[in-house]
Structure formats: structure tokens, C-alpha cells
Write a protein that binds this ligand. Structure first.
Ligand SMILES: *Cc1c(COP(=O)(O)O)cnc(C)c1O
Length: 235
């Protein structure tokens, strides 16, 4: 896949950007409105340095503990934006709020309250996304569409967090077209919520789509695609 033998990661990124442009233009969207979030979990700092050199400015990590060994390293120089995309344990909340710029994996009002409290203690407001579970079977994380309104109501009173949109992780399908109904439902849910309560989703981000299905997600309105394997290789 890579076209650049000196820095294969740069070649992969260039290729993905081309695919993002094609997918966006195929449905009348502007590619600039789509953020390519490079998921660097399990990859070393050298890989992040290569992605930075190729123009990536936003990275995602799954675990606060792993991020601890990476984020401070770039804090003085490149200063990219860091998104937490994995489940956050309560004893790691404060450190996660210190390290990350955005927390995408908020799946309860209780967690949002803990994040808000930590952010206020640190004198900041942190943007968050609500992780929605649209799967038909119960998965481990994410709020159901029925729970979303109550959680948004609770979050609206929290001063340390700002809700900026929704995130989802559909089941894996061999054919990405099969994931489209899930992406469609997240967008539809976002639109419904905004109609009921204008401004409740802040920047109205829809974080959806990974290496194997980001094009389908873009066609359904993704504003953030989370791409790991297709940039950095197999984990
Ligand atoms: C690992 C991960 C990704 C990236 O997955 P790839 O298939 O490697 O692109 C995206 N989102 C979440 C929540 C993840 O945990």
C-alpha cells in the first residue's frame, strides 16, 4: 500500500487522504471538514513522529496508561491534539483529563461528572463525545439511544465538560456497506437531538469509521474518522 519506502507511514497517510477526498466528493462533501484521527495505540513514539512529519495533527489512544508514555514526549515540541477513544477507568480519570485534549469515550453521566470535576480542579473545560451503542446485541460500552437524552440533560449542568458530539463503534462487517445503517443511525440521532435542543451537541462531531469502513462513514456524515491499522500497520 505504501508508496514511500523511506517513510511507509507517510505513504499510507497520503493514500488515506486520497480515499477520504474521493469518499467526500462522491457525496458532495468537502474533504477539509473531515478530521483524520490517527490511532497510535500499541505503536511506539517513532511511528507518531513519522505521522507528524506527514502532517497528522490529531492522534487517538485507547488507554491512559499507554498514553502516559507518549503524550508528554510531544508536549514541548509538536503539541498534537490527543483524543482518548477507549474506556476510562475511574481511578485514571484525573490523569486522563491532564493528558488528553478530547475524551471521545464517555458512556455514562457518572463518568462525565467525574471528568468535569477533575477538569474544574485543573482549571479547564474538556470537550467530550458521547459513545453511543447502536449494536443490536449488548456490547460492553456505550449508551443506548434511549439513554442519550437523560445523559445530555445531566451533562448540560456540568461546567468542566463541553459536549461536542457523538461517537460510535459498529460491529465488524466484511463489507463496509453493511455498516452504513449504523452510521446513518448515529447521524439521524444527532439531528434529532439538535432539533429537540439546539446547540446540545456543540461542534456536532460524528466520530465514526475505522480502517475498514471509513469511506462508508464519510458518506453518512462522519466528521472524525479513527484510522489505526491503515496508517501504522497490523497491531
Ligand atoms: C483501535 C480503534 C480504532 C482504529 O481501528 P483500526 O481498525 O486499526 O483503524 C478506532 N476506534 C476505536 C474505538 C478503536 O479502539
Amino acid at each position: 500500500m505504501s508508496r514511500n519506502s523511506v517513510n511507509p507511514i507517510a505513504g499510507n497517510i497520503q493514500h488515506i487522504r486520497e480515499r477520504i477526498t474521493l469518499a467526500a466528493e462522491s457525496c458532495g462533501r468537502r474533504p477539509e471538514e473531515i478530521i483524520l484521527l490517527a490511532i497510535s495505540k500499541t505503536f511506539p513514539r517513532e511511528a507518531i513522529t513519522e505521522a507528524l512529519a506527514a502532517g497528522i495533527r490529531q492522534f487517538g489512544e485507547s488507554r491512559a496508561q499507554e498514553a502516559e508514555a507518549k503524550i508528554p514526549h510531544f508536549a514541548e515540541t509538536a503539541k498534537p491534539e490527543w483524543h482518548l477513544i477507549g474506556h476510562l477507568q475511574s481511578n485514571k480519570t484525573r490523569r486522563a483529563v491532564e493528558l488528553f485534549d478530547v475524551i471521545q469515550s464517555v458512556d455514562s453521566a457518572k463518568l462525565a461528572a467525574r471528568i468535569s470535576q477533575a477538569a474544574l480542579e485543573l482549571g479547564k473545560t474538556i470537550p467530550i463525545l458521547l459513545q453511543v451503542d447502536l449494536g443490536d446485541e449488548e456490547t460492553k460500552f456505550g449508551v443506548t439511544p434511549d439513554e442519550v437524552r437523560g445523559i445530555i440533560e445531566a451533562i448540560s449542568d456540568m461546567k468542566g465538560v463541553r459536549l461536542d458530539g457523538l461517537m460510535t463503534l459498529p460491529p465488524y462487517f466484511e463489507n463496509q456497506e453493511e455498516a452504513r445503517p449504523f452510521f446513518y443511525r448515529l447521524r439521524e440521532l444527532g439531528e434529532k437531538l439538535e432539533t429537540e435542543r439546539s446547540g446540545c451537541l456543540g461542534k456536532r462531531h460524528l466520530s465514526m469509521g475505522m480502517s475498514h469502513d471509513f469511506e462508508a462513514a464519510i458518506r453518512e456524515g462522519a466528521t472524525i474518522v479513527r484510522v489505526g491499522t491503515a496508517i501504522f500497520g497490523i497491531r
